[in-house]
Design a protein around this ligand. Structure first.
Ligand SMILES: NC(=O)c1ccc[n+]([C@@H]2O[C@H](COP(=O)([O-])OP(=O)(O)OC[C@H]3O[C@@H](n4cnc5c(N)ncnc54)[C@H](O)[C@@H]3O)[C@@H](O)[C@H]2O)c1
Length: 267
């Protein structure tokens, strides 16, 4: 098996879905500063290209910004073909692309349920599938990190997150299964569990005028007393993508300011 490590002269190729914004973008820029080659996959074509350009400015050996809706297999397969031809086999994959469309289950249109599953769960499956195919084709090891969430483990008190939470629980299960299946090939698979992080997705279901009040309420409830900046979970992802985590697979790295450690009953 050919070894590509952080110490290798050969630059690692890191693919990030949803890499044009939020935590994915922060991972792109961190890996860029480490001299990796980067592929930014995002449904937002312009933002993917802008982020790829920024990655080169931050030190990436090279960077591709590719338009790709992760819910469509032909688009994901095509993106990995371009990456293979231009940057070689992927060493790392971070699946960040996700949407959060809320609503109580008895009111949720089936179309919305499918939309959330298509992006979050199917998108994760498709990106992992085509990344692993290319890693196996090149006979190289690799590191895959999938974005889970506290909602994959517990229900949020605010409610109405059934579809999103179901996808995150599914992603966590998928991570454990893939970790076992691909360990013999040196392909590690882990999840990151970001807590409330200051991104577009975090506030996507909150009216703009409510954001400051909600930020104050959340900050009181989070043990560390504040929301995360995207660079904070990104550091956890960068570690899982690096050789420093060489014996870690099938695990969840919780980066949530203490949310999951805290029971809601206080007396
Ligand atoms: N922000 C949080 O508080 C938080 C908490 C827990 C987990 N997470 C998870 O972290 C990951 C990143 O979230 P974020 O907050 O950075 O989100 P974000 O909204 O800031 O960024 C998501 C990116 O994904 C892209 N995207 C959305 N649908 C896509 C599709 N179908 N195909 C390709 N790209 C698509 C968007 O264009 C955007 O660039 C998500 O998986 C999310 O569930 C976030």
């Amino acid at each position: 098996m050919r070894r590509i490590t952080s110490d290798s002269k050969e630059a690692r190729t890191i693919v990030v879905t949803g890499g044009a914004d939020g935590i994915g973008r922060a991972v792109v820029l961190l890996c860029a500063a480490r001299g990796d080659q980067i592929a930014v996959l995002d449904k937002n074509a312009e933002a993917a290209k802008t982020t790829a350009d920024e990655a080169v400015k931050r030190g990436a050996k090279s960077a591709l910004g590719l338009v790709c809706d992760v819910g469509f297999e032909e688009q994901v397969e095509k993106a990995f073909e371009i990456i293979w031809n231009k940057l070689g086999a992927p060493y790392g994959l971070f699946t960040s692309a996700a949407i959060d469309l809320g609503g109580l289950i008895h009111e949720l249109p089936a179309a919305t349920w499918h939309q959330v599953l298509d992006t979050n769960l199917n998108g994760t499956f498709l990106a992992c599938k085509h990344a692993i195919r290319r890693m196996r084709q090149a006979d190289v090891p690799g590191s895959i990190v999938c974005a889970s969430s506290p909602t994959g483990f517990v229900a949020l008190a605010a409610g109405g997150t059934g579809a999103y939470s179901a996808t995150k629980g599914g992603i966590s299960s998928l991570v454990r299964c893939m970790a076992i299946d691909y360990a013999p090939y040196g392909i590690r698979v882990n999840a990151v569990v970001p807590g409330a992080t200051e991104t577009r997705l975090m506030w996507s279901n909150v009216p703009a005028e409510d954001i400051p009040r909600m930020r104050r309420v959340l900050s009181k409830e989070i043990p560390l007393g504040r929301l995360a900046q995207p660079e904070e979970p990104a550091q956890a992802v960068a570690w899982l993508l690096s050789e420093e985590s060489s014996y870690v697979t099938g695990s969840h790295l919780i980066c949530d300011g203490g949310i999951l450690a805290k029971a809601s009953i206080s007396t």
